[in-house]
Write a protein that binds this ligand. Structure first.
Ligand SMILES: Nc1ncnc2c1ncn2[C@@H]1O[C@H](COP(=O)(O)OP(=O)(O)OP(=O)(O)O)[C@@H](O)[C@H]1O
Length: 563
C-alpha cells in the first residue's frame, strides 16, 4: 500500500488550496475571539466603536463561507482517497498470484478493505488537526501578547495535563491490542460455526466445545476486557473534561495571586481557554487515531507483502503475449513445484515432470490421496508457478508474462468449483440460445435449469451434482480446446457417471477437445486414451491406449487394471 503515492496523486495546488482555506478559517476564527474579548473588556480596534459590529459580523460571514468551502473539499478529498485505497487493495487482489491468495486467506482481504476506511480518514483528520493547531497557536500567541507570565502559566498547566493524558492512553493502547487478538480468534471460531453449521448440528461435543469452550470464553474475556478498556477510556475523557475546569480554576484563583495579572486580563484568559477547548480536543483525538492508522498500515503492509510475493504484472490485454492458433500440444519440461515448508517439515514436492499432451487426447490422472494430482492440476492450469522447469504451449515456452494468456486457453472445473452470481463471461445465456440449450440437454438439465432472460443469467439453486453439470455447460460455452476436470464426476449419480465416461467423453473428443481429468473412478479407466498415475508427487507411469506403458524407474504398479 503506497500511501505516499495515493496522496501524491492529488495535485499540490489542491493541498495548497486546502491549507490556505484552513489558515484563513483559523485566523478568522481567532479574530472572533479577539473581538469578543475586546467587547468584554470594553476595548475597540477602531477609534469609532460603530465599526465593531459590522466587523464582527463580517468576520463571521467570511469564516462561515471558508468553513463551507473547506468542508466541501475535505469531503471530496476523503472520498477520493478512500476510493484510491480501496481500488489499490482490489487491484492488488486481482494481480495477486493464487499461492499468495491461498496463503493470506479470505478474512485478511476483508480486514484490508476495512483498514482502507481508517486510512481514508487521514486527510480529514490531519487537516482538521492542522486548523486546530493554528487556532491553538493564535490563542496562545494572543495570551502571550496580553500577559507573557499568564501565557507561560497556562501553557505549562495544559502541557502537564496533556502528558498525564497521553501516558494513560498508552495503557489503553496495550489493552486494545489484546482486544484485537481476541477479535481475530472470535472471527475464526465464527467462521468455523458458519461454514461447519451442519457438522456442528451433528456433534453434541463439537457443538458444546465451539460454543462454550471457544466462542463463549472468547466473548466473556472480550466483554471483561472491553469493559475495563471502555472505563479507562471514559475515565481519560472525563479527566480531559475536568482538566479544563482545573485550568479555569487555576486561572481564576491562583494566577492573580502568584502573578501581577489583573482581573480584566483573567476574563480575557477565561474566554480564550473556553475557546481553546474544541481545538485542543481535536488535537487530542489525533492520539487514538494515530494508533489505529499505525495498526491499519501495518496490516495493509503485510497484505501488500503477501500479495506481491511474485513480480506484479500488467494484466490488461496485450495481443503480443497471447497465443494464436488452435491447440496442438502441451509439454512439461522438468516441471517442479514445492510447497513452502513449515518449520522443520519436509515440503511436498511435485515433479520433476516431463510430459507431452497432444491434441484430442483423453487423459485420466489417477493416484492415491495426497499423491499430488491436484497440485499438478494447479501447476498445469498456471495457478501455481513452477519452482523449476517450464510449460510449452504449442511449443511456445510460457514465461511469467504469458501465464494469464496460457490459463485463458484452458477450461477448468475444480473440485470445489464456484458458480458466479453474475454472468461475468458475458455468455449468451438466453433461453433461446440453441448452443446453450444443446449443452444443457447434454448435461440432462433441460427440465431443471431456470433461465433469467431479463438479466441474461441462469438460476443456481441446484444440487451439488447439478451445479457441477452447469459448470460443465459454462465450460463448454467458453469454447476452449482443452478441458481440465478435477474429480468432476465424483458427485454424479451412477447412471449419469456412466453416461459421462462412456458417451459424453466421446462427444467431447469428437468436438476436438483435449481432456485432462483427475479421477478415482477405476471402473471407467478404460474410457481414457492415456492414464497418468501419480505417486509421491511424481508420475510413476504413463499408459497409452496402444498398450505402451512408460514406467518410471523404481515405481510400483499399484492399480490392478494397469498391470
Ligand atoms: N496448501 C498446501 N500447503 C502445503 N502442502 C500442501 C498444500 N496442499 C497440499 N499439500 C501437500 O501436497 C500433497 C499433495 O496434495 P494434493 O492435493 O495434490 O493431493 P491429491 O493427489 O490431489 O489428493 P486427493 O486425491 O486427496 O485430492 C499433500 O500430501 C499435502 O501434504
Amino acid at each position: 500500500m503506497n500511501i505516499y503515492n495515493v496522496f501524491k496523486s492529488k495535485s499540490k495546488i489542491f493541498y495548497s488550496f486546502l491549507v490556505l482555506l484552513g489558515i484563513v478559517n483559523s485566523i478568522t476564527y481567532t479574530g472572533l475571539l479577539i473581538l469578543i474579548n475586546n467587547s468584554i473588556s470594553n476595548h475597540t480596534l477602531f477609534d469609532n466603536a460603530k465599526y465593531n459590529a459590522p466587523l464582527f459580523f463580517g468576520v463571521i460571514v467570511i469564516s462561515a463561507i471558508c468553513s463551507k468551502i473547506f468542508q466541501y473539499y475535505v469531503v471530496k478529498l476523503t472520498n477520493d482517497i478512500l476510493f484510491k485505497f480501496e481500488m489499490e487493495v482490489l487491484e492488488k487482489l486481482r494481480h495477486a498470484e493464487f499461492e499468495a491468495f491461498e496463503q493470506l486467506g479470505v478474512e485478511k482481504v476483508f480486514t484490508a478493505i476495512s483498514d482502507t476506511r481508517v486510512l481514508g480518514k487521514i486527510p480529514e483528520t490531519f487537516i482538521n488537526a492542522f486548523n486546530s493547531a493554528i487556532i491553538v497557536l493564535c490563542c496562545m500567541g494572543y495570551m502571550f501578547i496580553n500577559s507573557p507570565i499568564g501565557g507561560v502559566f497556562i501553557l505549562g498547566v495544559i502541557v502537564f495535563l496533556l502528558l498525564v493524558y497521553l501516558k494513560r492512553n498508552k495503557g489503553i493502547e496495550t489493552e486494545l491490542n489484546k482486544l484485537r487478538d481476541l477479535q481475530n480468534d472470535y472471527y475464526r471460531y465464527l467462521n468455523d460455526m458458519l461454514q461447519g453449521f451442519k457438522e456442528i448440528k451433528m456433534g453434541l461435543k463439537r457443538s458444546e466445545n465451539i460454543f462454550n469452550t471457544c466462542l463463549r470464553t472468547n466473548r466473556v474475556t472480550g466483554k471483561r476486557l472491553g469493559e475495563t478498556t471502555a472505563i479507562k477510556y471514559l475515565d481519560n475523557e472525563l479527566m480531559g473534561r475536568y482538566s479544563w475546569y482545573i485550568i479555569l480554576g487555576l486561572v481564576m484563583y491562583l494566577l492573580p495571586v502568584i502573578t501581577d495579572v489583573k482581573t480584566g486580563m483573567v476574563s480575557t484568559f477565561i474566554v480564550t481557554i473556553l475557546y481553546l477547548i474544541g481545538p485542543v480536543g481535536t488535537l487530542i483525538t489525533l492520539v487514538p487515531f494515530y494508533t489505529s492508522v499505525k495498526i491499519a498500515m501495518e496490516r495493509l503492509k503485510k497484505y501488500e507483502d503477501t500479495m506481491s510475493t511474485i513480480t506484479e504484472r500488467d494484466i490488461s490485454y496485450n495481443s503480443a503475449l497471447d497465443f494464436n492458433g488452435d491447440f496442438q500440444s502441451l509439454r512439461f519440461e522438468q516441471l517442479t513445484y514445492e510447497y513452502a515448508a513449515k518449520e522443520s517439515e519436509k515440503p511436498f514436492v511435485v515433479g520433476p515432470i516431463n510430459l507431452e499432451i497432444r491434441k484430442g487426447e483423453v487423459i485420466f490422472i489417477v493416484g492415491g490421496n495426497g499423491s499430488g494430482k491436484s497440485t499438478f492440476i494447479h501447476l498445469l492450469t498456471g495457478l501455481y508457478k513452477p519452482v523449476a522447469g517450464h510449460i510449452y504451449y504449442n511449443e511456445n515456452k510460457i514465461l511469467l508474462e504469458n501465464y494469464p494468456y496460457y490459463s485463458n486457453k484452458l477450461s477448468v472445473i475444480f473440485t470445489q468449483n464456484h458458480l458466479f452470481n453474475e454472468n461475468y463471461d458475458e455468455f449468451n445465456l438466453s433461453s433461446s440460445n440453441p448452443t446453450l440449450r444443446a449443452h444443457i440437454g447434454e448435461m440432462q438439465l433441460s427440465k431443471i435449469v431456470v433461465f433469467d432472460d431479463d438479466n441474461n443469467r441462469i438460476h443456481h439453486e441446484l444440487s451439488k451434482g447439478q451445479q457441477k453439470r452447469l459448470a460443465m455447460v459454462y465450460a463448454l460455452m467458453e469454447e476452449r480446446d482443452v478441458l481440465v476436470l478435477d474429480e468432476w464426476a465424483a458427485e454424479q449419480d451412477p447412471v449419469f457417471r456412466a453416461y459421462f465416461y462412456k458417451v459424453f467423453l466421446k462427444k467431447l473428443r469428437a468436438m476436438g477437445k483435449t481432456i485432462i481429468a483427475v479421477t478415482h473412478d477405476d471402473a471407467y479407466f478404460s474410457c481414457a486414451d492415456r492414464i497418468l498415475k501419480f505417486d509421491y508427487g511424481n508420475i510413476c507411469y504413463d499408459r497409452q491406449t496402444n498398450g505402451d506403458i512408460v514406467v518410471a524407474e523404481g515405481s510400483e504398479l499399484l492399480i490392478p487394471f494397469l498391470t
